[in-house]
Design a protein around this ligand. Structure first.
Ligand code: SF4
Length: 198
């Protein structure tokens, strides 16, 4: 018992609770609903690949497990996303927002390519990532050039970029956060924010 992992313990608990709840459903004609229920669960993620990830919505950083399986054409199909019982952060639970994480991938309203709206235009256009990254770099440079402050009103050298702000994502790893901060500070950006406080 001392070697039991949290995941095994939760599975045992769930199996026990399920058996207790379903016991009255076993009927005298020999049709066992417990078996039918188990088969249904088996079929849903049987043979699926388990992929670990982090909920992107907030700074709590709950761990997720995504179950995927290849269809007949070899394309990965997302079957289910649930909380990771091995995570010390959420221990298998997700808040209502995180519980909808599967819709990030399956929603019919999901945006699947970069969308660009030119200045003055009311129309969004689909563009390539190359176009978007070039545009981002050009706009960043233009804003920096236009708003760079080398000295403040008292003559102190400040070398800051006041026309650019940066907001990090809650799903950043420590390394990504470190890199983004260094990159922005190198450009002179002083307005740095984190989603954890938004
Ligand atoms: S599941 Fe909820 S609490 Fe957890 S990271 Fe996602 S949004 Fe935050």
């Amino acid at each position: 018992m001392s070697d039991l992992t949290r995941r095994q313990l939760l599975k045992l608990g769930a199996a026990g609770a399920g058996a207790t709840a379903l016991a009255p459903l076993a009927n005298p004609l020999g049709f066992d609903l417990r078996l039918a229920k188990k088969r249904e669960l088996d079929f849903r993620i049987a043979g699926a690949k388990e992929v670990h990830s982090i909920c992107p919505y907030c700074a709590v950083g709950c761990a997720l497990i995504a179950y995927t399986k290849e269809d007949a054409s070899g394309k990965a199909q997302l079957l289910q996303i649930e909380g990771d019982p091995d995570s010390p952060v959420n221990e298998g639970r997700l808040c209502p927002k995180g519980a909808t994480a599967m819709q990030l991938a399956t929603s019919s309203r999901r945006v699947k390519a970069p969308m660009y709206r030119a200045p003055g235009s009311a129309k969004w256009e689909e563009k390539t990532w190359d176009f978007m990254l070039d545009k981002l770099a050009q706009n960043l440079k233009a804003s920096r050039d236009n708003t760079f402050v080398a000295q403040d009103a008292n003559g102190n050298i400040v070398n800051r970029t006041e026309g650019v702000a940066f907001a990090g994502g809650a799903a950043f790893s420590s390394e990504e956060g470190y890199f983004a901060t260094k990159m922005m500070r190198t450009l002179g950006v002083v307005h740095l924010e984190q989603q954890a406080r938004v």
